[in-house]
Design a protein around this ligand. Structure first.
Ligand SMILES: C[S@@+](CC[C@H](N)C(=O)[O-])C[C@H]1O[C@@H](n2cnc3c(N)ncnc32)[C@H](O)[C@@H]1O
Length: 161
């Protein structure tokens, strides 16, 4: 191995108290194996920034697209365009929740995303980020409205009598 300059070294701390659980209503998810204090660094993940055209022509038509993050890319004219990036490590395993307990921060220079707990998290809780308001899937946290088959008809009668 050659000489590693100090500026080339990126520390990649990861919280040891995390597990992946399969077969949850959201597929695989990241859960706390022990209590985790607020502001704990959970993972520092390297990213692969995709070319805008590559993303539109190819990645968009694959399941990988459901794992990518919006990523701002500087243009030669000084402007910024949004493309997508693949986040390695646990970053691609965090599910969505409106009341997220994990925050994330992009480092566009070093091509990293750092994830931190936003509050104290108890052992057994799922760790989730927010994907924003426009989801491409049905949110497992949002209950289906009641239908007649669920006894809604009966409920209405009880309320009206
Ligand atoms: C970045 S992946 C997260 C890891 C994924 N659960 C897995 O098993 O590989 C994003 C996908 O997870 C699922 N997902 C994430 N949050 C969800 C939620 N709140 N409700 C239902 N599915 C969710 C969706 O299928 C979504 O496309």
């Amino acid at each position: 191995m050659g000489i590693i300059e100090e500026d080339d070294r990126i520390l990649l701390p990861r919280c040891a108290d995390l597990v992946i659980i399969s077969n949850t209503p959201k597929g695989r998810g990241v859960f706390a194996a022990k209590d985790i204090p607020a502001r704990t660094v959970l993972d520092v993940c390297p990213v692969l920034v995709l070319d805008i055209e590559e993303n539109e022509k190819h990645i968009k038509h694959t399941s990988l697209y459901h794992y990518t993050y919006n990523w701002p890319q500087k243009e030669e004219n000084g402007g910024t365009k949004v493309t997508q990036a693949v986040v390695f490590g646990l970053g691609s395993m965090f599910n969505h929740a409106i009341d997220q307990n994990v925050g994330w921060e992009r480092d566009t220079n070093r091509l990293l995303v750092t994830y931190r707990s936003l509050r104290d998290i108890s052992a057994g809780e799922e760790l989730c980020i927010s994907y924003g308001p426009r989801l491409t899937f049905k949110d497992a946290d949002i209950a289906e409205p009641l239908t007649e088959g669920d006894g809604l008809d009966q409920l209405n009668k009880i309320q009206l009598d």
